[in-house]
Design a protein around this ligand. Sequence first.
Ligand code: GLC
Length: 726
Amino acid sequence: MVLQRADLLSLLDKLTVEEKIGQLIQLAPPFFEGAKSEGDITGPLATMGVTKEDARYAGSALGVAGADEVKAIQDAYLEKSRHKIPLLMMADVVHGYETIFPVPLAIGCSWDLELAKKSAEIAAKEATASGIHVTFAPMVDLVRDPRWGRVMESTGEDPLLNSLYAKAFVKGYQGEDYPESHDHLAACVKHMAAYGAPEGGRDYNTVDMSERQLREYYLPAYKAALDEGCEMVMTAFNTVDGIPATGNKKLMRTLLRDEWGFDGVVISDWGAVKEMIPHGVAADEKEAALKAINAGVDIEMMTACYVNHLTELIESGDISETLLDESVLRILELKNKLGLFEDPYRSATKEKETQTVFSKEHRKVAREQAEKSCVLLKNEEGVLPLEKSSKVAVIGPFAKGKDILGPWSMQGKIENAVPLVEGMQTYFSPDQLVVAEGCGIENGTPEQLEEALHAAKQSDVVVLALGESSDMSGEAGSLADIRLPKVQRELIRKVKELNKELVVVLFNGRPLDLDGVIHEADAILEAWYPGTEGGAAVAALLTGHANPSGRLSMSIPYSVGQIPVYYNSFNTGRPQGAPNAQERYVSQYLDIPNEPLFPFGYGMSYTTFEYRDVALSSTTLTQNEPITVTVKVANTGGVEGEEVVQLYVRDVAGEVIRPVKELKGFEKVTIAPGEEETVEFTIEEKDLRYHHSDLEFSSDNGEFVAYVGSNSRDTKAYPFTLVSSK
Ligand code: GLC
């Protein structure tokens, strides 16, 4: 039974201004009595300008995990709370809690929304059993620049695909029976807005784009999460049109609250309120507090601008206490909705936690998600799947390496990760496998190389397990050179000289510049950070016990010089390869192609598919008469496989320039060898709407082209016309 609104209002009335402001601060565990790390205020925590004193009326804690610790902190806090208002416990459960799933970019490559939802459901179950009430997820920032370390946390470069995943994740975290069910938790969509578009791919850097671009590409996924009922929003570190999101009233109040009608809790990112000072839009903490509260930021994460200055701002009349009350009430309502006033632990107990986390069933789903998220990029001469009689050398830092959980996997235990060799041992006898590290991720020794070459010489086929350490990705993990580290490219080159069949498996968090890999390897499997069961999943794929079905949700560039490169780009006035195009004076590079090495939607299978009999129900579409596009897809190979049938559309002439292709539908179908499936898409007038120069969101009559195919490049064109339905 939750409290009535009247109860909350009367509770609000009883609070002093200091107690109200206290509800607005969120701090890490060391600031709280009862935390295992109580008082350990060192390192980055010591630079935030907050004290244990600031926690006395705090409204929430972040990064607490474990039923026992949550209870200890909650009990110590409530003991001293005059009105017994429980703490909200929030944490980054982004791709799993203790059972770690592949990073979201990998999940984005599975094109399996149901499975994504299931992974979020399992994460929620493990996190709630461990005392967490809110997760800082889904991260839905659209990404086009793999130099940015946090592309691993996004589901990719397409607004529709990101929106569908945003909905799937929110459904999984919050569930149908939210908030009654204590197996689900509140979700917090982040980072509003356009954090994935920093200049130069450098984290926290300036983001600057037109409002039309923002609304067309970057905002849809946040809106999709909120339309699915996502409880909270987190502000981004970056500026949006010259103003940091955390103080951006136009974005966080006028658009988010007034236009979209969001009345939930908004939280700043870590320190982002105070960062308005170095951003150069606040002279001091007081001005930072003023801008953030006016922008509708309810909770200040890890800095004390509110605690130190809101009282003064109210007393001086700069802000009204009503504004403060609105924020406090939203926070109290969330606590009430989660049932914290009745049960501050939301049924979390050590026993429930032990029974729930890291269960066999959960790991089974993590394995399935990893199998479906890997992308087979190259497979010359059918080198893969490996012959079961082969002698296989498994070489590289990820042969035995367990750093495959990826960033934002704090509660994952790296020792529980299944490395590749362990997975391979399921399918090969000891005398068939020879293992050598060959080099570290960034360094190596002549002895390591010698051992690797010796191992390779003894084998029929070499599997090189290469990639990035997880701290080369994730927050503050930007790289200007996105090739594999030099020592790994040298290892490839040396092994290649032995003329063995060469398979490269990549464990990493971003689309890489595959210079030094693409020509040398006979086969390449992109495994991303595949999570706890990663090595088992990759081994199943390498041996054909699972058939790769991942499709890129983010383009892999030909080279870093090409970035940003993405499929839904614009044609320009001088497109390369147009009829009668001049040799030189067209939009091109003199030294590399315009196209990415591997395009959005691309991925191979161990079987082959043939697209047949594409038919449009009509070549004229009106508001009232959508058209359907049907296509028959045949499995023309020898094994069962999953194909992601994709539908794209192009608006040939808009009021503003329109992308050469936009994803409008997809279906992942399993087809037995020799069988054929019919896939049907519907294109409605609303699918053709876009933001005009005056930001009106509508469609225009005119010519369009539907494209059907297995990725954004390999498609066939089917023209149709939109006419008014008069
Ligand atoms: C970080 C991240 C954000 C995360 C928060 C709390 O700086 O930007 O995604 O949720 O702090 O850990």
